[in-house]
Design a protein around this ligand. Structure first.
Ligand SMILES: NC(=O)C1=CN([C@@H]2O[C@H](COP(=O)(O)OP(=O)(O)OC[C@H]3O[C@@H](n4cnc5c(N)ncnc54)[C@H](OP(=O)(O)O)[C@@H]3O)[C@@H](O)[C@H]2O)C=CC1
Ligand SMILES: Nc1nc2c(ncn2[C@@H]2O[C@H](COP(=O)(O)O)[C@@H](O)[C@H]2O)c(=O)[nH]1
Ligand SMILES: [K+]
Length: 476
């Protein structure tokens, strides 16, 4: 990456401060771009879901890995639960979405409450593992919530035999005017496929481990028996370990990384967070394969307002990525991503992968429950250093210790993240990110993430320059 006109600004910058100019390009199509990440964690798109309780759970992990990304389970989740979630994610189908299933005697109320857990929009009614009907949201409207699904379901549903050619699936579903259908092996249900899902599966490559299972990752904190917890997570089968703390450039964090490295073998170890070359170097020397960059850019984060500490994210990523690359390692840009452009700019700055939290909170697949605010659907999100999260994390401590820890909050305890009715699923947001980044690459003349970093020419803009780039939904 170089600055336009060779003018490196004296001030640190964040994503909104910068733009990329197009280069002469020989990349003729956005489909020629390969977004496999150079960090060797196995992701085929540069999207990692942040380890936040309100966001990253089993459905998020499954859905994002199927499209080539990775979700990190938060450090607060007990090991036995992580173990169960990881084996569940590993057992998911790499192409077909997991079906929501109920029986003919289940109620419409149950179907409606489960329908928003996934974006595919159907409940499959099963008897002995065999689909006998399909229920859509439309079929549940205007009927008593206690009605049984056997009375409202569409019987003898269209089913797709597993292994059917994906363009054919798209054509069959389009021809039958249905958006989703159960997938069967023989007569037994193995999943669900949508029209969009068939399309996406031709564009995305699932992120899988050496045995072909969807990738799963989990975080470990820096307190307590770090090596013991890391070993338990490895025994649970996690494919990527993340050492997670606010201040990664502290002795305790460095020791935690050493402890994790000692037990991790060949499993990639990611550690953070830092914002300087020195912090990056110390974590790499302690054994991190990837260093996580970002102090204070997160949407739920109050650190900069509380402490004055942090660094504008574009410059933080640029400096840390340069140091990591010099040492043969990589960085993940963590926090502050609100638009596809931010992902592209993080990669241009040298990040190998980009962590997204709050933006994904407002989706069907995030971990929280859905709420209705006068017809607008939303989910609650909260920071991992908020009083709410600290309370949960310190549950085993004495009341005094918990109350004292609660005084050191550096995050928002409650925020509403509204679902975009046009893009309610996390895959809709990923489509936007991937389309944006592929396009950035062709503008820069890059076929890969490394080439985007090498070729990017970045300028600094005024607030008016940024504003000019925003679309205008209504007139002036
Ligand atoms: N990226 C970011 O900007 C930030 C991210 N977070 C997220 O919040 C979650 C909680 O992280 P964290 O607060 O590190 O909690 P942890 O429970 O992981 O513990 C942090 C440990 O570091 C010690 N510590 C020393 N200085 C600091 C400091 N300035 N801030 C925090 N801890 C410090 C703490 O001791 P003691 O409590 O005694 O001081 C404690 O032992 C994580 O998921 C983290 O990623 C939190 C803040 C900023
Ligand atoms: N200072 C705090 N940072 C937090 C908190 N919870 C999470 N985070 C960080 O934010 C990113 C995600 O950023 P987003 O803009 O995509 O939401 C996450 O990975 C953490 O590093 C918090 O309570 N305080
Ligand atoms: K912030």
């Amino acid at each position: 990456m170089r600055f336009l006109g060779g003018n490196r600004p004296a001030t640190d910058l964040t994503y909104a401060d910068v733009f990329m100019v197009p280069n002469h390009s020989t990349v003729g199509s956005r489909l020629e771009v390969d977004l496999t990440t150079p960090d060797r964690v196995g992701t085929t798109i540069p999207v990692v879901v942040a380890n936040m309780t309100a966001i990253s759970g089993r459905r998020m992990a499954e859905t994002i890995a199927r499209r080539g990304g990775l979700a990190v389970l938060p450090q607060d989740i007990p090991v036995d639960v992580v173990t169960e979630v990881v084996s569940w994610v590993h057992a998911r189908h790499p192409v077909y979405d997991t079906a929501i299933t109920l029986s003919p005697t289940s109620t419409v109320g149950e179907a409606l409450s489960l329908m928003t857990k996934r974006a595919h929009g159907i409940v499959v009614v099963v008897e002995d593992g065999v689909p006998v009907g399909v229920v859509t949201d439309g079929a549940c409207q205007g009927v008593d919530r206690f009605s049984q699904l056997g009375q409202v379901m569409a019987e003898h549903p269209l089913t797709i035999p597993a292994g059917t050619d994906l363009p054919k699936v798209f054509d069959v579903l389009s021809g039958e005017r249905v958006s989703a259908a159960p997938v069967v092996e023989g007569d037994r249900l193995v999943g669900v496929i949508t029209r969009k899902g068939a399309l996406r599966s031709t564009l995305y490559t699932p992120a899988v481990n050496a045995t072909g299972q969807l990738l799963a990752s989990a975080a470990v904190g820096i307190n307590g028996d770090v090596a013991g917890k890391a070993s338990a997570l490895l025994a649970a089968g996690v494919d990527v370990l993340v050492v997670d703390t606010a201040h990664g450039h502290q002795e305790k964090a460095v020791e935690a990384v050493r402890a994790v490295r000692a037990v991790a073998g060949t499993t990639p170890v990611v550690a953070g967070n830092v914002v300087t070359a020195e912090g990056t170097r110390e974590l790499v020397e302690a054994g991190a394969d990837v260093v996580k960059v970002g102090v204070g850019p997160g949407a739920m984060c109050t650190t900069r307002m509380m402490t004055g500490v942090g660094r504008p994210q574009f410059s933080a990523v640029e400096e840390c990525a340069a140091e990591a690359r010099r040492l043969g390692r990589h960085v993940w840009a963590d926090g502050g991503v609100r638009h596809p452009r931010d992902v592209a700019l993080a990669l241009a700055a040298g990040a190998a992968n980009v962590m997204v939290g709050s933006w994904f909170a407002g989706t069907y697949e995030s971990a929280g429950d859905i709420h209705d605010d006068g017809g607008r659907l939303y989910k609650e999100s909260f920071g991992m250093a908020s009083a709410r999260a600290v309370k949960a994390r310190t549950a085993a401590q004495s009341g005094f210790e918990r109350a004292r820890a609660g005084l050191f909050e550096e995050g928002i305890s409650s925020s509403r993240m509204y679902l975009d009715p046009a893009r309610p699923g996390v895959e809709d947001l990923v489509d936007g990110i991937v389309a944006g980044v592929r396009s950035s690459c062709t503008y820069a003349g890059a076929r890969t993430i490394d080439e985007l970093h090498e070729r990017a020419v970045v300028g600094v803009q005024s607030a008016a320059g940024y504003e000019e780039g925003r679309p205008l939904p209504t007139s002036w």
